[in-house]
Structures are given as structure tokens and as C-alpha cells.
Design a protein around this ligand. Structure first.
Ligand code: NAD
Length: 255
């Protein structure tokens, strides 16, 4: 790696192969970072890696963030390849939208292990590497479903509510050593996940409930994440920033 590249900060983005995670990775690349993408979907990761035209600034690693051994191996690989980690975005997530009676224990564990265990494991693995260079920033991607309860989201909403509290726990403990931890709670964003779980009825409910009357874009979420990782947010720690078109402020419930 050339001397110029070695001086660039490093961001780790989980679930970075597509959707919001890919937009976050693009934001970091556009703002002078090197980026490690960790994703369970090897084929999409391969295509994304090829599309990013990175000039040595992207490292793509096949990793299931719910598996401690895979997370440790991936973070070791990032540290070995890039030599440092400055930012971690715990973005990898899955959604199951079903009535409580239809949620199997496997559904529940799948959602919890990806959305919650993944953020716990990745932060625990990355923090010691961040500390070698004096600290860093972590952003957990929650959801408005973690701020408000509604039907169909017993597993998803609970995992995101817990992720918001995990953010505060991490911020209090890691803030002491120079790692800021914050959370972004996006409203609905048109991605493959939204296509999977947002029925026509859910889409219509969101349009009615959101003061801006539209879905957000992946780029709009990435801008907020980028801000929280930047020196501009140097005194922001333990916060939940809802990027939701005003949904939370309006206080309108979803059926
Ligand atoms: P997406 O399904 O398009 O992308 C998620 C990515 O995470 C995929 O590349 C997937 O392969 C990866 N992933 C899933 N399980 C993984 C695992 N165990 N290990 C590693 N990678 C894994 O979804 P998205 O809409 O881009 O969502 C990104 C994040 O934003 C998620 O945490 C999601 O809950 C959150 N979010 C999304 C919306 C929305 O409306 N799209 C709203 C609020 C919050």
C-alpha cells in the first residue's frame, strides 16, 4: 500500500454490499476514507466490490456478523490489511414482519442474532483496534420501529429498540476511552429489505404518517451517518438521530 493510502482513515461497514450500507460505503469513499465491507451475501459483495473501482481503498470480506468467530477473523483481516479502524457502522440487518402468533423461534433468533448480536460483536471486536490509534466512532443503524411499537414488528422492532439501548450502554462505557457511539433511526427507505416487508398497505400507511410524505433515500441516511462519524459531531455521544421525514415528531401511529 502506498504512503498516501496508509494515511487515510478506515471505516468498517457491515451489510455494505447493497442498500443503505452501500450508500454509507460510497459516502466514506467520497470523503477520503478506506472502507471494509462485511457482508453475508458473497455474490452481491463480489459485484459491489467490482463496481466500486476502489484503487486499493476497498476491502470486501464475506462475514456473518452474528457469528463471533467470523467477526473476529474479519476484523483481524481489516486490521492486518489497513492497519487501523476509525469508524464502524453496524448496518447489517434483517426484517421479519409477521403477526406474533406466526413468528417462529427461528425467525426471532434470526432477527435478534443479526440486528443485535451483530452490533455487539462487531463493536467489541473493533474497539481495541480503534484504541490503538486513539479512538473512533461507531454508528448503529436502528429504525423508527425501535422508537415506536406497531403490529407485525415484534422481532424487528424489539431488536431495534434493544439496539438503541445498546448504543447508550456502549456510549457511556466506550466514551470514557475515546470512542463515540451513536445511533441513526431511519424511516422507510426504498431498498431490497423494504421491497420484502413493506406491503402496499404498509407503504400507504407510511406516506400518510410521514410529514414529508415520502420514503427517504439511501444517500440521505448515509449523510447522517457520515456526519456522526465526522469531527463535526465530536461532542455527540449516545444519541439517537431519527432520519425519518418527521415521523417520530408527528407522533402518528402505524396500524
Ligand atoms: P438490505 O436488505 O438492502 O441490506 C442489508 C444488507 O445486510 C445486505 O447486503 C445483507 O446481505 C446484509 N446482511 C444481512 N444479514 C447479515 C449478516 N448476518 N451478516 C452480514 N451481513 C448481513 O437492507 P437495507 O434496507 O439497506 O437495511 C440496512 C439497515 O437499515 C438494516 O439494519 C435495516 O434494519 C435498517 N433500516 C432499513 C429501513 C428501510 O426501510 N430500508 C428502515 C429503517 C432501518
Amino acid at each position: 500500500m502506498t504512503t498516501d493510502l496508509i494515511q487515510l482513515p478506515v471505516a468498517v461497514v457491515t451489510g455494505g454490499a447493497r442498500g443503505i450500507g452501500l450508500a454509507i460505503a460510497r459516502w466514506f469513499l467520497a470523503h477520503g476514507h478506506r472502507v471494509a465491507l462485511l457482508d453475508i451475501d458473497q455474490e452481491t459483495l463480489r459485484r459491489t466490490d467490482a463496481a466500486l473501482a476502489d484503487a486499493g481503498r476497498v476491502l470486501s470480506i464475506h462475514c456473518d456478523v452474528s457469528q463471533p468467530d467470523q467477526v473476529d477473523a474479519a476484523v483481524n483481516q481489516v486490521a492486518g490489511h489497513f492497519g487501523r479502524i476509525d469508524a464502524l457502522v453496524n448496518n447489517a440487518g434483517v426484517a421479519v414482519f409477521k403477526p406474533i402468533a406466526q413468528v417462529s423461534f427461528e425467525d426471532w433468533r434470526h432477527v435478534m442474532s443479526t440486528n443485535l448480536d451483530g452490533a455487539f460483536l462487531c463493536t467489541q471486536a473493533c474497539a481495541p483496534v480503534m484504541l490503538r490509534t486513539g479512538g473512533g466512532a461507531v454508528v448503529n443503524i436502528a429504525s423508527i420501529s425501535g422508537l415506536r411499537a406497531s403490529t407485525l414488528r415484534v422481532a424487528y422492532g424489539t431488536s431495534k429498540g434493544a439496539l438503541i439501548h445498546l448504543t447508550k450502554q456502549q456510549a457511556v462505557e466506550l466514551g470514557n476511552v475515546g470512542i463515540r457511539v451513536n445511533c441513526v433511526a431511519p424511516g422507510p427507505v426504498d431498498t431490497e429489505m423494504a421491497k420484502l416487508v413493506h406491503s402496499v398497505a404498509i407503504r400507504s400507511d407510511y406516506y400518510d404518517a410521514i410529514p414529508l410524505n415520502r420514503y427517504g433515500t439511501t444517500e440521505e441516511i448515509a449523510e447522517v451517518v457520515g456526519f456522526l462519524c465526522s469531527p463535526a459531531a465530536g461532542y455527540v455521544n449516545g444519541q439517537v438521530l431519527a432520519a425519518d421525514g418527521g415521523f417520530d415528531a408527528a407522533g402518528v401511529g402505524l396500524p
